[in-house]
Design a binder for this molecule. Structure first.
Ligand SMILES: Nc1nc2c(ncn2[C@@H]2O[C@H](COP(=O)(O)OP(=O)(O)OP(=O)(O)O)[C@@H](O)[C@H]2O)c(=O)[nH]1
Ligand SMILES: [Mg+2]
Length: 412
């Protein structure tokens, strides 16, 4: 070992001699050069080691995934926060990405199972009202009002629903069967009135859906389900991990992206949501994606600065893809009942809300809040979440909902 070292030092001293370095300083010079070379070598090894560990820890797929460097993807950025560690992960083919059990029946279009608890509670209480062919007296209208109120239809909606029914039957003798049919039709009519509202037109580039809502309502889960829904329609989908606030939020979205067969753009934790959105918009344009879905951090509708952050994200989207976001979907948790209505009101005031996704309908009897949201706020319910799985999202259909809510065979 020592002889090797001496050989290298002699060699270096020879080079220094040729360069005209004085003989007295050559040994020291050679040692210095050797020391520097060894230090550089160690540094290089550490860097290579760190790079390979970093790559592995971010890899969502055992099969390997394509990563595109920020610079390749973005020509120039005018967003102030330059991201560290941007990744674009490529989707695995849909057939591989969706587990067989979940892909099984595809998206079952019925919301019947989702409204089961609401239906059971409502029907149980309406049983005596709609039994047989009895004459529907003013007292029964009062009773109906009470039942709807306690089924989360909300005060304003209940009063206006019952008033509409009373007025349409004014001066006539009606049976419970008449009222039952009229109630179903009126509920469906109110929901349909807002359901036909169309999202903003797509001028060019990918369609953009932005997903907002308070903490824990099911935004990220819904995005996973939505991605799967649109992938099944044959669309290419890219997700933006705009929740840079909560630890592991991007990781959670990555898992959903992989399951749904979508791409994802994410930054490291603590980054600027507007910067992630910017990069995602660029990626969606570059890849000619059909759809970009933007996740956002859960926020209290009462926090002004957080609402401002949402507006900034919207501005970035609109600048990069004119007209975007084409839909801002507000996710609300059905189990919170009337609170969902309050949240929808506040979000509608702060940022434009084009549609609602009502989640966790499977676990609650408070599904009546759908009617309140459509009726009072005139925001269409686009989808309902009926479970935690990839296929547990149902496109919302007014007639089907009204029918399922009052499922006749359960009414004696
Ligand atoms: N039963 C049921 N659970 C749901 C549904 N949607 C979401 N969840 C569950 O709700 C919990 C919260 O879901 P997330 O998607 O993380 O909610 P989030 O709004 O993204 O939460 P933050 O990012 O923390 O604001 C998870 O345990 C989900 O599995 C649904 O339709 N039904
Ligand atoms: Mg989330």
């Amino acid at each position: 070992m020592e002889s090797y070292l001496n050989l290298i030092l002699d060699f270096l001293q020879n080079i220094l001699a040729r360069l005209g370095v004085a003989e007295a300083t050559r040994p020291l010079g050679a040692m210095l050069i050797l020391y520097l070379a060894i230090t550089l070598l160690i540094l290089l090894l550490v860097l290579i080691l760190w790079w390979s560990v970093w790559r592995k820890s971010y890899s969502p797929s055992k099969k390997g995934s394509l990563r595109v460097e920020t610079d390749e993807l973005i020509a120039e950025s005018d967003v102030d926060t330059k991201p560290a560690g941007l990744e674009v992960e490529e989707a695995t083919p849909l057939s591989e990405a969706v587990p067989a059990a979940e892909a099984g029946g595809g998206l079952v279009k019925s919301i019947r199972s989702g409204v089961e608890k609401t239906r059971a509670a409502l029907v149980g209480r309406l049983e005596s009202l709609f039994k047989g062919e009895q004459i529907f007296t003013p007292e029964l209208f009062e009773e109906l009002e009470e039942v709807l109120m306690t089924s989360d239809f909300g005060m304003a909606t209940t009063v206006s629903l019952v008033t509409t029914l009373e007025q349409s039957f004014a001066g006539r003798e009606v049976t419970s069967a008449d009222v039952y049919l009229a109630l179903k039709a009126e509920i469906a009519r109110r929901i349909k009135m807002v359901a036909c509202m169309q999202p903003r037109p797509i001028q060019s580039g990918p369609e953009v859906i932005m997903v907002v809502g308070v903490n824990g309502v099911g935004k990220t889960t819904t995005i996973g389900k939505l991605a799967s829904h649109y992938r099944e329609e044959g669309k290419s989908v890219i997700l933006a991990a705009g929740d840079t606030f909560r630890a592991a939020a991007a990781e959670q979205l990555s898992i959903w992206a992989e399951r749904a067969g979508a791409d994802i753009v994410r930054h490291s934790e603590g980054g600027d949501p507007a910067a992630v959105t910017f990069d995602a918009a660029k990626a969606a344009i570059a890849r000619k994606s059909d759809l970009l879905i933007v996740d956002t951090a859960g926020r209290l509708h009462t926090k002004t600065n957080l609402m401002e952050e949402l507006k900034k994200v919207r501005r970035v989207l609109d600048r990069e893809i004119p007209g975007a976001p084409h839909q801002t979907l507000l996710v609300v948790d059905a189990t919170t009942g009337q609170n969902a209505l309050v949240q929808a009101k506040m979000f509608q005031e702060a940022v434009q809300v084009d549609g609602i996704v009502l989640t966790k309908l499977d676990g609650t009897a408070k599904g009546g809040v759908i009617v309140a949201i459509c009726s009072e706020l005139e925001i269409p319910v686009r989808f309902v979440g009926v479970g935690e799985g990839l296929s547990d999202l149902r496109p919302f259909d007014a007639d089907e909902f009204a029918e399922a809510l009052f499922e006749k065979d359960e009414v004696a």
